[in-house]
Each structure stands twice: as structure tokens, then as C-alpha cells.
Design a protein around this ligand. Structure first.
Ligand SMILES: [Zn+2]
Ligand SMILES: [Zn+2]
Length: 677
């Protein structure tokens, strides 16, 4: 049986837009890995979703004057769009506010209770007398007792990573009103992590293939002794504790968010129409969690503890994480990214100014795999211009243009009898590079993999220069054909091995070469069809100018003030029941007449299983003859309306961006009068 892998990226917290620090840590390396695995033919799925509960979301919603629900709905869509634009290819992008996640989290909670790993305890908790409420960890701010960093939240120190209890902070204060909190009694449920101490230690020591920073962090943590940790809170915005006595409490977000990986996998399986398929991965596959280093304790210690504590699922054990590749931080221009201080490069902003592959390229080349690294705009420009353009793009573009201009726009033919030592060396490198790069990606060494690709591209350039095809084409055309044919094959190889890193541009290049489907193994094979027509080569990469960089640096130094999350309140959610009330059908346009009393209106007769008359304002957009015979989609149970004296008995659906109106058409084979669902 072949390997099955489930890859996750840390669930982004839905209280603000994505910045490039997020991307470098948990998303881009995961996506590169998954894209490679798909090409390699591995059975791999990649799941994620937004983390939508917890106090930070409540706090942000209060600040922005909207409800937590409105806030998370907004950022779910926003992040989904950003990920798509960057080419982060989730197989499923879920949300922790979905029913499937509530049920899965509550199931985990109840199983842990049943197995005796959860205890109820009276606790003293920070309470703000002025706000009359218990203060969850993040509602308390103060100085870190460990490293003395100022203004740290009561759950974890951002500076030194220490996990905190709010009242451990020096000079704690309520974040809403700055009052010094009191301490009051309440009760919460706790997970007894020490039940798993020995098992976790043995397991951690057996993880010799993990990054040492992760293993060392965890072993150090275990050595200090695993403490009981509260997994419930006195809050409203969250997943209810599934016990009668806990009805005013919710599951603590650190407890339920990691379970989101299972929920997202279940949702993926449901969408596939194979509701049990998620079990193949969670009970029989390899689970890999890509995260930033601040998430190490939750993924490498506590999450495995939940999985152990759950006991078996339908007779099988849950798979503990196969690996937890945690990345260090990406700083910006020598300073730590800080969204609260507005020192960040927002993904959405970046993608307005540069192609997604530029970011993917540069972030991989400075990936914070073993230590913190820095994003510098000047270095971004240099890498894009000197490497992506001058080494990679240049080789591919000159091979293709040379071929197009000198061999009747066709891919040349190779004569094996004329292959010389230089050709052979290049061909051998082509055979070998895929495995070299693949091994590095398998070991999550994306930066080294990219370096390997660049040195391969340099070799390609050296080959081209040494062959001097511009001379050969005049005096030894057959040898010129060989050199260019090999150069095109090398371009194909470069594109395939770069595909997991630069999916957008490599697909364009491969398309120009006439390749639409390919596997990782194809990188080492001769794949081009000789004498096949090439499409006219278009450069895929462009240089970044000094002005553009100056502009970006200026923007970073004087950012616009952080905007509130503006939610368009006019968009009201419609219930599924309401939607079902609509009678939407497919139909055909039978006839079109001008409206006798209006310049811009047509009177259209349609067949939707019966004949209906419609008055429609599409005269400026379609000629009468264009419309007749079109298969359309119409809403058939709207109240009839008289428009300039003629009764309109349905409404045909069209897309309208404010300028262009285009009718929604049903497939040619659609049966007239079919219900649209
Ligand atoms: Zn600290
Ligand atoms: Zn207060």
C-alpha cells in the first residue's frame, strides 16, 4: 500500500488579515511540500481552516463595533481569497465555527472525561470589578515574569514564548479598563497532562527525524513536569461544554483549535462523498503539522496528549504527528513583525503590487527554517532580478526564443548520433536533479532545494553559452538543433522542479512548451514532442524597478493607520429554507420583441416547461438575434410585476459587474424546465 499523508498548516486566527510572516512560517512550506507530493504521486491531502473562537476575536470585534460572528465571517472570506491568490492549495479550508467542528471537539472532550484524563477543579480567576466579568487570559496584560518584556498578554509571552497564567504577570491589568484585577473563585475542567508524561517523553525521544529545535523545546518542557491545564473558560463566544453543569462555559480555544484538523478532514471527506475517507489518514496515515515556533507546545505536546487520551477510535489508535516542522520567525527589515504596532507586510497589499510567485520565490529563499530571518525589500529586488530573471527566466526564455526564431517556430529534432560530451553531461544532470530536489523537499529543506535548483539553472546557462547555438545555427544546423532541443528539455525540467515553488509561472512556461500534464518523474525524462509547433514565447518574469522598491520601503515606514474591519451589514444571510423557496428553472428564449413603451427593455418569451413573458433590461447588451434560442436560468415564482404596462412573469438571471451584463446560460444539453438547486 502506498504512503498516505495528511498535511496541515496552523489554523490562522480570524481576527485580522494575513501577513507575510504567517505565510513564511506555516503555509508556503506546507504548500510547496504538498504540491511536490502530488506530483510525486503520493496520496496526500492538505487541510486547514480559520480558528474562530477565543477572546482575541471578542476583543477585536468590540473594538471594531461588530459582532464576533461578523468578524469571523469577514476574515474567513478574506483569508480564503488571499490563500487562493497566493496559490496555497488547500484540499479543504474549513472553519472552527462549523457544526462538524463543534461535534468533533465535544466528542474529544467527552472521551477524555470518560477516560479519566479531565478533572473539574475550583479555581481562582482574574476578575475585573469594574467590568464585572471574569477575565480570560488575553484580557489581562502585564510584564512577563520570565523575561520582563512589557505589555504581554496573560496566556503566553510573545518575546520569550513562556506560557503564562494571567496573574503571574507583574502588574496585571484589565485590558478594557486598566483596573488591577481581583481574584475570584469559579470552576473549570482541566486536562491532566501528566497522565501522558512518560509516553510523550519516550515518543519524543524516538522522533529522531524531527527538527532538533522542536524536539529540544519539547524535552525541556517535559523535564519541567507537565502541569494540569484548564480547557474550559467562562465565555460566551465558543463551543459549549457538552455537560449540563458546564452550560455557561465553553471549550478553551487552545484545546479545540487543534482538533480543527480532524474536523477539516471530516468535512473534506464529506465533500468527496466518502464520509469515512478521513480515517484512512488519521488512523493509518502520516500526519504532518506545519507551524510557526510559537505553536510548538500545542502541536508537539498537548495535541499528542489529546490523541493518546482519546483512546482508540473504532478499534484503532489515532496516529500521533509524524512530524511537526516548525519554522522560526520572519522579521521585517531587521524588526520583529508586530501587527499591533503595524509593522508588517500584508499579503493582500503585496499581491496587489507583485505576482504571487515573486513572494513565493523570495520567502522560500529566506525561509526561517532553522533561525529567524529577515525580509528586506532591497534583497527581494535583488533575488527577483538576479536569480529569478537573470538565471532562471533568462535561460528558459532564450532557449524558447531561439528555437522559435530559428526552427520555423517548432521544437527542433535531436539526432542521438551527434550527442557529444557536453550534451551528455547536461542530460545526466537533467536525469538526476529531480531526485536531489525531491529529497530535500521531503526533509522540509525548501531553501536548500531552491538553491539546488538555482545551481542547476546556472549549469543550464553554462551549457547554452558553451554550445554557442547562434554560431552553430549558421555552420552546423544539426548540432544547433541538438543544443536547442536539449535546452528546451532542460527548461521543461527546470519548470517541473520549480512547479511546487512557483506554480503560476511554471505552468505558463510548460504550456508554452506544449506540456499540460506532468509528474515529478517527468522532470528527468525527454518529454517534448519534436517538430511540434511552439507557441510564441512570452517572457514570464519581469524585473522589479528601483522606484517600485522605494515606494514599498516608504509604505512600510509610514503605514496607513490600521483599518477597522468594515462589514457590509446590508448583506443579510439567507437561511437554506428561504433559498429553497425559490423556484429556479432552466429555460429557452423563444422570442424577443422591443418593449413598445421603453427604449431599453425587451419583451421576451421563454419556455420554462411552460411559456412565460418577461420584461428585461438587457437591450444595450444583446441583439435580439443573439438571444433567441439561448438556454437561460430563470426565477419563476417571483410576484408578477407590471413594467411599463406589460406583466413580467419571471426573472432571468444575469451577471452584472456594473458595466457588463451577461446572461447565465445553461448547458446545451440541459432539459428545459429543470429545477436549479
Ligand atoms: Zn517573556
Ligand atoms: Zn475592566
Amino acid at each position: 500500500m502506498s504512503e498516505r499523508i495528511l498535511v496541515t498548516s496552523a489554523l490562522p486566527y480570524a481576527n485580522g488579515p494575513l501577513h507575510i510572516g504567517h505565510i513564511a512560517g506555516a503555509y508556503l512550506p506546507a504548500d510547496t511540500f504538498v504540491r511536490y507530493k502530488r506530483l510525486d504521486g503520493t496520496d496526500v491531502i492538505y487541510v486547514g481552516g480559520t480558528d474562530e473562537y477565543g477572546t482575541a476575536i471578542e476583543i477585536k470585534a468590540i473594538k471594531d463595533g461588530i459582532t464576533p460572528r461578523e468578524l469571523v465571517d469577514f476574515y474567513y472570506e478574506d483569508m480564503k481569497k488571499d490563500f487562493k491568490n497566493l496559490g496555497i492549495s488547500f484540499d479543504n479550508f474549513s472553519r472552527t465555527s462549523l457544526k462538524v467542528h463543534h461535534e468533533t471537539s465535544q466528542d474529544f472532550f467527552l472521551k477524555l472525561v470518560e477516560n479519566g484524563h479531565i478533572v473539574k477543579k475550583t479555581v481562582t480567576q482574574a476578575y475585573c470589578p469594574k467590568c464585572s466579568m471574569f477575565l480570560a487570559d488575553r484580557y489581562v496584560e502585564g510584564t512577563c515574569p520570565e523575561c520582563k518584556a512589557l505589555d504581554q498578554k496573560g496566556n503566553q509571552c510573545e518575546e520569550c514564548g513562556k506560557i503564562l497564567e494571567p496573574m503571574e504577570l507583574i502588574d496585571p491589568r484589565c485590558i478594557t479598563c486598566s483596573t488591577h484585577p481581583e481574584v475570584k473563585e469559579t470552576f473549570q475542567w482541566f486536562i491532566r497532562l501528566k497522565d501522558f508524561q512518560d509516553e510523550l517523553e519516550d515518543w519524543m525521544k524516538s522522533n529522531t527525524h524531527w527538527r532538533p529545535n522542536v524536539v529540544n523545546f519539547c524535552l525541556n518542557w517535559i523535564k519541567q513536569g507537565l502541569q494540569e491545564r484548564a480547557i474550559t473558560r467562562d465565555l460566551k463566544w465558543g463551543i459549549p461544554v457538552p455537560l449540563e453543569e458546564g452550560k455557561d462555559k465553553v471549550l478553551y480555544v487552545w484545546f479545540e483549535a487543534v482538533i480543527g484538523y480532524v474536523s477539516s478532514s471530516k468535512e473534506w471527506a464529506q465533500k468527496q462523498g466518502k464520509p469515512d475517507a478521513w480515517k484512512d489518514y488519521w488512523l493509518d496515515g502520516k500526519i504532518i503539522h506545519f507551524i510557526g515556533k510559537d505553536n510548538i507546545p500545542f502541536h508537539a505536546m498537548m495535541w499528542p496528549a489529546f490523541l493518546l487520551g482519546y483512546g482508540n477510535y473504532e478499534g484503532k489508535n489515532w496516529k500521533l504527528p509524524y512530524d511537526v516542522p516548525a519554522n522560526e520567525y520572519l522579521n521585517i527589515g531587521g524588526r520583529k513583525t508586530s501587527t499591533s504596532r503595524n509593522w508588517a507586510i500584508w499579503l493582500d497589499d503585496f499581491l496587489k503590487d507583485f505576482p504571487p510567485d515573486y513572494l513565493r520565490y523570495y520567502l522560500t529563499s529566506i525561509a526561517p527554517e532553522s533561525k529567524d530571518t529577515d525580509f528586506f525589500w532591497e534583497e527581494f529586488q535583488k533575488r527577483i532580478n538576479d536569480e529569478l530573471n537573470d538565471i532562471i527566466g533568462n535561460f528558459i526564455h532564450r532557449s524558447m526564443t531561439f528555437s522559435f526564431n530559428n526552427f520555423e517556430g517548432k521544437i527542433p529534432q535531436m539526432d542521438s548520433a551527434l550527442v557529444d560530451a557536453d550534451d551528455r553531461e547536461a542530460i545526466n544532470a537533467m536525469h538526476e536533479i529531480g531526485e536531489k530536489v525531491g529529497t530535500l523537499i521531503n526533509n522540509f529543506k525548501m531553501k536548500d532545494a531552491l538553491k539546488e535548483i538555482i545551481s542547476f539553472a546556472k549549469m543550464c546557462n553554462r551549457y547554452f553559452d558553451k554550445k554557442e547555438p547562434w554560431k552553430l545555427v549558421k555552420n552546423d544546423k544539426a548540432k544547433a538543433e541538438n543544443a536547442i532541443y536539449i535546452s528546451l528539455e532542460l527548461s521543461k525540467t527546470l519548470s517541473i522542479i520549480l512547479n511546487p515553488f512557483l506554480p503560476f509561472s511554471t505552468e505558463k512556461i510548460l504550456n508554452q512548451l506544449g506540456i499540460t500534464s506532468f509528474s515529478w518523474g517527468d522532470s528527468g525524462e525527454f518529454l517534448l514532442v519534436q517538430r511540434k509547433k511552439l507557441s510564441k514565447p512570452e517572457p514570464v518574469f519581469f524585473k522589479v524597478s528601483d522606484e517600485e522598491i522605494k515606494h514599498q520601503i516608504q509604505k512600510l515606514d509610514s503605514p496607513e493607520p490600521m483599518k477597522k474591519t468594515i462589514v457590509n451589514k446590508e448583506v443579510k444571510l439567507v437561511s437554506f429554507e428561504d433559498f429553497q423557496k425559490l423556484d429556479i428553472r432552466t429555460g429557452k428564449i423563444i422570442s424577443v420583441e422591443d418593449h413598445p413603451k421603453a427604449d431599453k427593455l425587451y419583451v421576451i418569451k421563454i419556455d420554462v416547461g411552460e411559456e412565460r413573458t418577461i420584461v428585461a433590461g438587457i437591450k444595450g447588451h444583446y441583439d435580439k438575434t443573439e438571444l433567441i434560442g439561448k438556454n437561460i436560468v430563470a426565477i419563476c415564482n417571483l410576484e408578477p410585476a407590471k413594467i411599463r404596462g406589460i406583466e413580467s412573469q419571471a426573472m432571468i438571471l444575469a451577471a452584472d459587474d456594473g458595466k457588463l451584463v451577461s446572461l447565465l446560460e445553461a448547458d446545451r444539453d440541459t432539459k428545459i424546465g429543470s429545477k436549479v438547486r
